[in-house]
Design a protein around this ligand. Structure first.
Ligand code: ZN
Length: 431
């Protein structure tokens, strides 16, 4: 409908210019209604957002389940993600990050902590079976969505969790883990991390070791997504050479805009596109806003001192530092800097899409793992703002369906299609 016709309809005229008769009025109303429907399907950002299956590939909430005995259906209480905020923001599926702090847990105690975090996440589903569904395939995410349930998925953040054992990797798969980030900020025995690549005191491997390549091959065989967030540049390129399935970056932004070592260069973004994978944009201000990153880095010595004091305090009690306590320190420092502009986040989506293409970008918030999100984002309830901002920059409803969840579903399906027919024997099988 052109502007003049729209004006005439609104003003009470038929297209022919006469004042509306009753019949004509009804017809005009019907036209208005259908044009509204067309608009809601294609242009209204909230309708587009709410008609998508929205998937976030990274939130560090499991530590709250275990350390704070906090439940997903509880009020937020300082967090960024819970059942209510997910419903409000139409978040349908969450990959919960199973992250073992290598500074707090000895390398030979990583598996125990990993198992506890997995249990803490599975317990959420047991306690609220009417609201939550444990999902291990893309089809199960769709089925949960159709039943109005929130899809709970798991990814391990940091290859140190497998304690150099492919058997443990298979065990985690049996328990429902569907991606693993090859490293966290720490280089492990078989893969270099971007987090300590400049530290000469750390033994590095020039990327992936032969065992590291076996880990990737075993993940391909299992149908577990290989996550290249956090890894060093050389590890990334080694993975791209050996993986037989698409990869994900579960929570990574663009280095061309914000010079964080763990952000992805444009060449990496293009390589993930070529691999048919997906890069999920991280919301952490230090990864999306250069000024914020510099301010955060400038605080590092002071912040580390505060963290070390906390560690000494808990060490004296013979306890690991609870996540809430170290998070509180980071939040206090982040507050001194203030919030990063919301548009910085949108710039990263925009850039990643322009470089990698709309089929290769998604959302990896890092909620509950970052001390503060950017301005305007306080919890999962604010996710529709991302859709609105991207549509205001010209992205279509189709584009948004892909970015909000479609791309991740495609990769998840491709990875599982490439898995071996019976990747593991689990209880109940092999009769
Ligand atoms: Zn991370």
């Amino acid at each position: 409908m052109n502007e003049m016709m729209r004006f005439m309809r609104i003003a009470g005229f038929c297209a022919c210019g006469f004042l509306l008769s009753a019949g004509c009025f009804l017809e005009a109303q019907a036209t208005r209604q259908s044009s509204k429907e067309t608009m809601s399907a294609t242009q209204d950002p909230l309708a587009v957002h709410n008609s998508s299956i929205v998937i976030d590939t990274h939130a560090d909430t499991p530590q709250r389940f275990v350390d704070e005995h906090w439940n997903f259906t509880d009020p937020l209480n300082g967090g960024m993600l819970n059942f209510e905020s997910a419903k409000k923001g139409n978040l349908d599926a969450q990959f919960f990050s199973i992250w073992v702090d290598p500074g707090q847990y000895a390398s030979n105690a990583s598996a125990r902590r990993t198992l506890e975090l997995i249990d803490g996440t599975l317990e959420q589903v047991r306690r609220a079976p009417d609201k939550l569904a444990l999902c291990v395939t893309a089809d199960q995410i769709v089925a949960a969505h159709q039943k109005g349930k929130f899809a709970v998925l798991m990814g391990i953040e940091g290859g140190h969790s497998i304690e150099n054992s492919l058997g443990l990797l298979r065990d985690y798969y049996r328990l429902g883990v569907r991606y693993m980030t090859l490293t966290w900020s720490n280089t492990n025995d078989w893969a270099d991390s971007s987090g300590d690549i400049d530290n000469p005191a750390i033994k590095h491997h020039d990327g992936l070791t032969p065992f590291g390549k076996q880990v990737v091959a075993e993940m391909n065989r299992l149908g577990m997504m290989v996550d290249i967030s956090h890894v060093s540049d050389k590890t990334f390129w080694d993975v791209m050479e050996v993986t037989k399935a698409p990869v994900i970056a579960s929570h990574s932004s663009a280095r061309a805009l914000t010079n964080a070592q763990r952000n992805m260069t444009d060449d990496m973004l293009r390589a993930v596109a070529k691999n048919n994978g997906v890069v999920m944009v991280n919301f952490f201000p230090a990864f999306i806003d250069e000024q914020w990153r510099l301010a955060w880095n400038a605080q590092k010595p002071e912040r580390q001192k505060a963290q070390e004091a906390l560690e000494a305090e808990y060490k004296a009690k013979g306890l690991p530092v609870p996540y809430a306590a170290s998070d509180r320190v980071d939040r206090e420092f982040a507050e001194k800097i203030g919030r990063a502009p919301f548009n910085s986040l949108i710039d990263h989506f925009d850039h990643a899409i322009k470089v990698a293409g709309i089929d290769h970008v998604g959302i990896g918030t890092d909620f509950d793992g970052i001390p503060v999100p950017p301005e305007g984002i306080n919890s999962a309830a604010d996710l529709p703002k991302v859709t609105a901002a991207l549509m205001a920059r010209g992205y279509s409803a189709d584009d948004m369906h892909k970015l909000l969840g479609g791309n991740l579903m495609r990769v998840f399906r491709a990875v599982q299609a490439a898995q071996e027919k019976t990747p593991v024997i689990a209880p109940g099988q092999g009769q």
